[in-house]
Design a protein around this ligand. Structure first.
Ligand code: PHE
Length: 470
């Protein structure tokens, strides 16, 4: 086995690394556009509800597996399975997490590549009315995209190759404070320049009529749950890996609480930075391009264009914020597979990172091609390989792994769970946590998973059919 430090020597390292992981493109790029696509206030309420009731308990389950198993995601699950007389096959949960993390890495880096590219584009200034064409053009350039994507992957691998202390801990100590300052600066600017009230109204008011018109209750619930899990970095092995480096004195519940709160806070702040600015400049989520990547790569550059010269400062600042958030998350996406290779195959960290670097670049090329050369190559019901990778990792694997961990901890590890590791001394709280893991989260996640996949893969709206029976 490779000899290297397998534990952080301080209590803040986990908090910084897990927060850096959680706060990413999911918060600043994903959350606002998903809120916009799914009716604003209702989505936000559901999102917060699911973060508390399902996200937080499953987050703790994942960290617990890592902290108790003290190894990479696969070995941690396998050794805990052995300890609890369970089948070694539970290791599949760890493998599926690693698979998901690699696929995410493959498409996440591409969006991050766009972000860096847009930092430069917005610094040069975007003429009013041209943002849409620029965005279409940027997506069509296979080689440009590859350049920025590979740059981003190499940078993240460099940090990971340096290990958990000199690499990850050190980088996070620098990246995270910067991230918070940048988010606050953007919120401040949005409040000063934009229509703050309109933004708040949009984010926090429950608009029942929006739901009737869209008639998509199930889809909204699914989007809110998926977003909550993705944003909290659940289900990719990241939290197991980081949990395994936790010092023994650190308690799972408290540390998880801090990270979950910070992540949710930043998602809401990102909404508060983006919507006031967009509304202030007269955008309408129902008419303008608010969906998908368009919010950040079309609407925001257009907003910056309208600010004139100031936009050439605010724009790059915004994309710099996104790049920092993406970078600290990418590091955490790479860690599980690198840890897996070093421990399972006794590879040096350098070599393991090299292997993962190549895997990531290969996957990212597929996802880049999904924007241009393979734009119309549909994979099953999905439009192109990029959409497929996103769907397969975020919607398909993530909820499966989340359910697997929940069931594993709730049903198989009852004798292994100890109040001290968890830092939960109140037995009612402990029972509630186990109850959620045993029943609530598996039933709920699998229902959503089934409904969602039927709809996406087979275009079969089961819920709609059931409602129509009455
Ligand atoms: N949580 C990160 C984000 O919001 C993405 C991520 C997912 C990171 C899974 C690590 C593991 O962007």
């Amino acid at each position: 086995m490779a000899t290297q430090s397998s534990q952080w020597n301080n209590n803040t390292a986990f908090l910084l690394a897990a927060t850096g992981s959680a706060v990413g493109l999911g918060n600043i790029w994903g959350f606002p556009y998903k809120a916009a696509e799914n009716g604003g206030g209702l989505f936000v309420l559901l999102y917060i509800f699911f973060v508390i009731t399902l996200g937080f308990p499953v987050f703790m389950a994942e960290v617990f597996i890592g902290k108790k198993g003290k190894s990479n995601p696969v070995s941690s699950v396998e050794s805990l399975a052995a300890k609890s007389n369970s089948s070694k096959k539970w290791g599949i949960v760890g493998y599926a997490g690693i698979l998901a993390s690699l696929i995410i890495a493959g498409y996440y880096a591409v969006i991050a590549g766009f972000v860096i590219d847009y930092g430069f584009i917005s610094a040069q200034g975007v003429a009013e009315g041209t943002a849409k064409d620029i965005w279409a053009n940027q997506q069509s350039t296979f080689f440009d995209m590859t350049f920025w994507t590979v740059l981003f992957i190499v940078g993240s691998c460099y940090v990971v190759a340096n290990g958990i202390d000199a690499g990850i801990d050190k980088a996070m100590r620098f990246l995270l404070p910067m991230l918070f300052i940048l988010v606050l600066a953007m919120v401040g600017y949005g409040a000063y320049q934009g229509d703050f009230n309109a933004g708040i109204n949009y984010l926090f008011s429950w608009k029942a009529d929006d739901i009737e018109t869209t008639g998509q209750a199930a889809a909204i619930v699914q989007a809110a749950i998926g977003q909550a899990f993705f944003s909290l970095s659940i289900g990719m092995g990241t939290l197991m890996a980081f949990g395994s480096y936790m010092p023994s004195s650190q308690k799972v519940s408290k540390a998880s609480g801090v990270v979950v709160t910070a992540d949710t806070g930043v998602a809401l702040l990102a909404g508060l930075a983006i919507f006031p600015l967009a509304f202030g400049l007269g955008f309408d989520p129902k008419e303008d391009a608010f969906g998908g990547s368009a919010l950040v790569f079309e609407t925001m550059p257009e907003a910056f264009a309208q600010l004139g010269v100031i936009g050439q400062l605010v724009g790059p600042l915004f994309f710099f914020l996104l790049a920092v958030a993406a970078f600290s998350s990418m590091i955490s996406i790479l860690e599980p597979s690198v840890a897996f290779l070093t421990q399972k195959f006794s590879m040096s960290r350098m070599k393991a990172t090299g292997v993962i670097l190549l895997v990531c670049i290969s996957l990212s090329l597929v996802s880049i091609a999904g924007h241009n050369v393979w734009k119309d190559v549909s994979v099953g019901a999905l439009d192109n390989p990029f959409e497929f990778m996103k769907y397969f990792a975020d919607d398909f694997l993530l909820l499966l792994v989340g359910t697997g961990m929940s069931v594993f901890v709730g049903w198989r590890l009852q004798k292994v769970i100890d109040a001290d590791t968890m830092g939960i001394s109140n037995t009612t709280m402990m029972n509630l946590w186990v109850f959620i893991l045993k029943w609530v989260s598996p039933i709920f996640l699998m229902t959503i998973w089934t409904l969602g996949n039927l709809q996406v893969l087979f275009e079969y709206d089961l819920l709609f059919e059931i409602i129509n029976l009455f």
